[in-house]
Design a protein around this ligand. Structure first.
Ligand SMILES: C[S@@+](CC[C@H](N)C(=O)[O-])C[C@H]1O[C@@H](n2cnc3c(N)ncnc32)[C@H](O)[C@@H]1O
Length: 277
């Protein structure tokens, strides 16, 4: 399969301008196999013929490699760490005049960014101190970003939230739930490709220097050298006292980086090493 797959990848790039060379091979195999099954095609050579002159299939394959599945409070342990000490410690150290800056990189339809905003709002409600905060949430899939901006979710998605948070931060719209303006005003959604070598961070953020960077459940889709490039970008965008969080299954991605260390192994929460005191 591997040899045939490499050839298919080359054909897709050459004939259809679809560059899949950055994706992890096992992941691509699964995606192409699924497309072949759904297209009733039995081998890769036949698939190459099938996709030739079939723009719909090229577009479907392009969409299939962008897995956008997400959930509110998806990585339970990570969100517990965020709620119990990371956000409180960022709050404690911050002067009221300074904005808290957060980047949700690969935010899909926004649930990750809104989950963080809920934790911050709840923290503010328990505190006399009120800080300005901004969450820059970025992705490459326009349709996911459009849903994120709209902030309307199905009941089944909202069920992961605490009842208190649903009542406080959502308004019922038929059988759907819309995120309140209280959260929306703090979360800015933008298109940004983490593989873009021309920029260090989304230009809408004006400058990097993020107190918290969350990039979860996307690194494992890429080959090591591309994961490495994304990690380098994320690390460079951190405030010297900031935190970086990857997906729980993506912990190995940081092993190559001597400037960060895992704060609470085995969870994927990192800080810059030069700040160890
Ligand atoms: C599986 S979702 C994970 C969403 C969320 N971070 C979470 O953990 O639930 C991965 C997201 O990363 C986005 N993504 C993948 N490659 C990207 C890239 N190069 N630049 C920006 N976003 C990317 C995808 O479009 C998708 O929305």
């Amino acid at each position: 399969m591997k040899h045939g797959l490499n050839e298919t990848i080359q054909v897709l790039a050459k004939k259809h301008g679809l560059d899949l060379s950055m994706y992890n091979e096992q992941f691509l195999e699964q995606i192409v196999e699924k497309r072949m099954m759904l297209s009733h095609v039995h081998d890769l050579l036949e698939y190459q013929r099938y996709i030739s002159g079939n723009q719909d299939e090229v577009d479907t394959l392009r969409r299939s490699v962008n897995i956008t599945h997400t959930e509110f409070f998806r990585n339970t342990l990570t969100f517990a760490h965020l709620e119990q000490w990371i956000l409180p410690s960022l709050f404690e150290k911050r002067q009221e005049a300074n904005e808290l800056r957060i980047w949700s990189a690969g935010c899909s339809s926004g649930q990750e960014a809104y989950s963080i905003a809920i934790l911050i709002e709840n923290l503010q409600a328990r505190n006399s101190k009120h800080l300005r905060y901004r969450i820059i949430a970025t992705d490459i899939v326009e349709s996911a970003l459009a849903q994120a901006v709209e902030g309307i979710y199905r009941e089944s998605e909202v069920q992961r939230l605490r009842l208190h948070d649903v009542h406080t931060f959502f308004t019922g719209k038929g059988d759907m739930y819309e995120v309140s303006d209280t959260l929306k005003q703090h979360v800015w959604f933008h298109t940004y490709d983490l593989l873009d070598n021309e920029s260090a961070y989304p230009h809408e953020s004006i400058f990097g220097n993020f107190d918290l960077v969350v990039c979860s459940n996307l690194l494992f889709y890429y080959k090591p050298e591309f994961r490495h490039g994304i990690m380098r970008k994320l690390i460079n965008s951190m405030n010297p006292n900031g935190f970086l969080i990857t997906g729980e299954a993506e912990r190995q991605s940081t092993e190559l980086f001597s400037e960060v260390y895992a704060v609470v192994p085995p969870s994927p929460i990192y800080r810059l090493r030069r700040n160890v005191q």
